[in-house]
Write a new protein. Structure first.
Length: 330
């Protein structure tokens, strides 16, 4: 803390750094000298004067005669400092704490051979990977995990907030990672639920991307959906594929049923743009609530000016009784 008697309090930079609680008082500063001049003029007119004749050559003026104005000047400075104190100079520091409770999301991506179909160029799988990475980049404070599946599921990445590592996993996905054929939708969803079921989270979500019906695995998709509902996991299902091709036709019935049972939502992506819009919609539906607490620390700085005002007032009062004051006017 800077000492109150420091010249720091009278620097222009110091005054410009203040916030003023009552700034209107500052507009009165220019009128203080005027008020003192009016006071002296009124006092001069009301005081009885003794007319004494002196020869013109005997009346001399020198700097000593001006010393009698010093007490009044000090009193004027004291008054100005009191006005500054009344304006309440202060500084404030604003701080804010943001708190967000992220959600837990499991991505389940179909990598069966049919996902290499080029009805959505360059391929269904390539588009799904690109959009999944965009979705990951758009999240904050969420833990996201990754499961891939064809004839059987495989946990490629556990729940994590390391989005860069997760995107690398997504980039390396190909239909060659799992050799078993088929589409084990039920087993893949079951693995996602297993990752989420014991986690205490405000929101638990599974996003399942596929292009076909359940043709492999020993867990029925409907049973998996019922388990998801029981453990509070909301499932968004996305069927990928265009109706323009006759080969690898899209079967959306199973994915619709999963979304309905788990109180999630079903989406259909027929091109890269629609798939991107779907992930934007999911991003909007699973918005993370951010709480913000703001703190404002306020510190007053009128004390130094009030102390200086007292000092100048005492000096003025002390000098009033010395030779500096004009005795004849008192």
């Amino acid at each position: 803390m800077i000492d109150w008697f420091s010249k720091y309090w009278f620097l222009p930079s110091t005054f410009s750094s203040f916030e003023w609680v009552h700034p209107l008082f500052l507009y009165g500063l220019p009128f203080i000298p005027i008020l003192f001049l009016i006071r002296d003029w009124l006092r001069s007119n009301s005081t009885q004067k003794l007319n004494v004749a002196f020869p013109a050559n005997d009346i001399q003026s020198n700097w000593v005669s001006f010393l009698r104005f010093i007490p009044g000047i000090f009193l004027m400075i004291s008054t100005a400092l009191i006005v500054i104190s009344l304006a309440r100079p202060q500084r404030s520091n604003s701080e804010s704490d943001q708190y967000s409770e992220g959600i837990d999301i499991m991505l389940a991506m179909d990598i069966s051979k049919s996902m290499d179909n080029k009805d959505i160029p360059p391929s269904r799988l390539s588009v799904a990977k690109n959009v999944a990475n965009q979705f990951i980049e758009g999240r904050s404070q969420d833990r996201i995990g990754l499961v891939i599946f064809s004839g059987e599921p495989y946990s490629l990445c556990p729940l994590t907030t390391d989005y860069e590592a997760l995107k690398e996993y997504v980039d390396n996905i190909s239909s060659k990672l799992i050799t078993s054929s088929g589409t084990a939708v039920g087993n893949a969803l079951g693995m996602c639920i297993n990752r989420l079921r014991e986690i205490e989270s405000k929101s638990k979500v599974a996003i399942l991307i596929s292009d076909g019906d359940n043709t492999a695995g020993n867990l029925d998709p409907v049973t998996s959906a019922q388990l998801a509902k029981a453990f509070g996991v909301r499932v968004y299902t996305i069927v990928v594929g265009s109706d323009k091709t006759t080969t690898d036709k899209v079967d959306e019935g199973t994915l619709r049923e999963i979304a309905k049972i788990s109180e999630g939502k079903f989406f259909r992506a027929t091109d890269a743009r629609s798939l991107g819009n779907i992930f934007k919609e999911i991003n909007r539906l699973e918005k993370v609530e951010i709480r913000q607490n703001q703190y404002r620390n306020v510190q007053d700085f009128y004390h130094p000016y009030l102390r200086w005002a007292i000092v100048f007032f005492l000096i003025s009062f002390a000098l009033k009784s010395t030779f500096l004051s004009n005795i004849l006017e008192d």
